[in-house]
Design a protein around this ligand. Structure first.
Ligand SMILES: [Zn+2]
Length: 83
């Protein structure tokens, strides 16, 4: 299953992707993957909503790394990849 292997690898970059901190190359790779992977689409949508909420609440432009790390842990992103 090369597909889920891709998911695992990209999953760790999705947070940075949503925050717009990823290199162009990786962004393109993720976008290509998102087109055919529903799991990762769900993860990205969830992350986007969560981050938007956070920004609205705190009125901050940048999420401190510590906060986003805790956020992603709480979301249990790996769960999305389990059948
Ligand atoms: Zn995927």
């Amino acid at each position: 299953m090369t597909e889920s292997k891709d998911c695992e690898r990209l999953l760790h970059s999705l947070g940075e992707y949503v925050e717009g901190e990823l290199s162009e190359d990786l962004c393109a790779e993720i976008e290509r993957h998102l087109l055919e992977c529903h799991n990762c689409q769900v993860v990205v949508n969830t992350l986007r909503k969560t981050i938007e909420l956070y920004h609205e609440e705190k009125e901050q432009d940048v999420m401190p790394p510590e906060v986003s790390r805790r956020l992603y842990m709480r979301l249990n992103l790996e769960d999305y990849l389990r059948p």
